[in-house]
Design a protein around this ligand. Structure first.
Ligand code: AMP
Ligand code: MG
Length: 407
């Protein structure tokens, strides 16, 4: 039996960086860049108007006001997407739309709200002055050509997708997302479309695990339910080792007669690196490797499976893709009520936690009836951490709190 910190260390020491691939802009969200991205253009690519109005020489309107409008000759109309043809001289203006290129000669845009039409449609009345140079975005003021706009190892959020599009980088080199094969073990386990017969239970873990895997940034590959039979387990774990980067099993890792997952792993040449963690929930968690492939045997109880995947497998999924924040965020919290446990294992307690306006977290245990109680667990947004030796933690105690904010 090993400590949780050691288990995490062993998993990460045995996690290798995955290969790279290229994806299109529609498939890039949530992935990790594996290259620096440069801009192929200046941005803005030309001096452009930031307002609908008139491009002119600022010196012409220095004295303009409601009572003494300045009248200018309108020489051209410049909609966005066109190129101005005429130079703006003193006493002249070109009508310009937001996003259109500035005409030569003009150094200022006055917004249309500060003007009035003239009876002569070739002229405009300017009713207010503005600082020379206003309402123009300058060529290259955001980004210069060849500048690095995104660095390798950046996790791509919607904003980064926009940046990739803006610089025309449409084939994006990223780390491949690991494929996680999901196996539910247990002769009592049936697929959710079945009404369980006496002695049976529905496979909830397989589906919550797939959802967690997706939220962790990997791809889920469902390998189905396998009964507690060594040959069947070897067959399915073997298939997973051939087609997936990680094989995640639920159940069959406790000390029972029919807990055969570890035997199956060993038979396939998987090196088992630990099989018991001094943690609650989830003590009988088994981890092994075969080359760069990993196998996680998660306990069958739903709460244990959920917690084990979040705390141990999620960091591996993230490290494979060179993400830098591997772990869920930890903050300090104050316990709202007394909490008692049988000492012996570090406990990760499902809790509903709220933050007050000063930023202080307060946590309330969701009151789950043991590791099978997925329904109470679903009220949790966090896990508070109770040291193995603490039998009684009084209300008001400060503890570490792991935020389950990847859900
Ligand atoms: P095991 O780890 O195989 O001893 O299973 C522990 C408990 O979790 C047993 O009560 C199982 O019935 C239950 N269990 C196992 N697999 C699943 C599953 N896929 N979905 C929900 N519960 C499960
Ligand atoms: Mg079982």
């Amino acid at each position: 039996m090993i400590e949780m910190d050691d288990a995490i260390r062993i998993v990460l020491e045995n996690t290798q960086i995955i290969d790279k691939t290229r994806v299109g802009l529609d498939d890039v969200l949530g992935r990790v860049l594996s290259e620096d991205v440069h801009s192929d253009i200046d941005m803005p690519p030309f001096d452009k108007a930031l307002m609908d109005g008139y491009a002119l020489q600022g010196a012409d309107i220095a004295s303009a006001s409601q009572n003494t409008p300045v009248i200018l000759d309108v020489i051209e109309e410049i909609p966005a997407g066109t190129v101005p043809q005429k130079r703006v001289e003193r006493g002249q203006a070109s009508q310009i739309m937001t996003g259109a290129p500035m005409p030569d000669g003009a150094d200022t845009v006055i917004m249309v709200e500060d003007t009035l039409p003239h009876t002569d449609t070739q002229k405009v009345q300017v009713l207010d002055t503005t600082e020379t140079g206003r309402n123009i975005a300058r060529l290259g003021e955001d980004v210069r050509v060849n500048q690095v706009v995104l660095q390798a190892n950046t996790v791509i959020r919607p904003l980064e997708v926009g940046i990739l599009a803006a610089v025309g980088h449409i084939h994006v080199e990223v780390y491949r997302q690991p494929v996680v094969g999901i196996v539910a073990t247990g002769s009592e386990v049936v697929e959710p479309h079945n009404k369980p017969k006496p002695g049976q239970i529905r496979n909830s873990n397989g589906y919550s695990m797939m959802a967690q895997v997706l939220r962790s940034g990997a791809q889920a590959h469902y390998l189905g339910i396998v009964e507690d039979d060594i040959q069947a387990l070897i067959q399915t774990i073997g298939e997973g080792l051939e087609t997936c980067d990680i094989v995640a099993l639920s159940g069959g890792v406790s000390a029972g007669e029919y807990d055969l997952v570890q035997d199956g792993m060993r038979d396939l040449g998987v090196e088992v690196l630990f099989d018991r963690i001094r943690m609650k929930p989830g003590k009988p968690l088994t981890f092994g490797v075969k080359g760069a492939r990993q196998v996680f045997g998660l306990p069958g109880n739903p709460v244990s499976s959920v917690v084990g995947l979040e705390l141990l497998m999620r960091p591996a999924i993230r490290k494979m893709q060179c993400m830098t924040d591997l772990h869920l965020p930890i903050v300090r919290t104050v316990l709202s009520a007394d909490f008692r446990q049988t000492p012996g294992r570090k406990q990760f307690v499902p809790a509903h936690s709220i933050q007050d306006k000063n930023g202080t977290w307060e946590s309330t245990w969701v009151g789950h009836h043991g590791s099978a109680d997925l329904f109470s667990m679903a009220r949790a947004n966090s896990l508070f951490v109770v040291n193995a030796e603490d039998a009684h933690v009084p209300a008001g105690t400060e503890l570490d709190l792991i935020l389950l904010n990847s859900w």
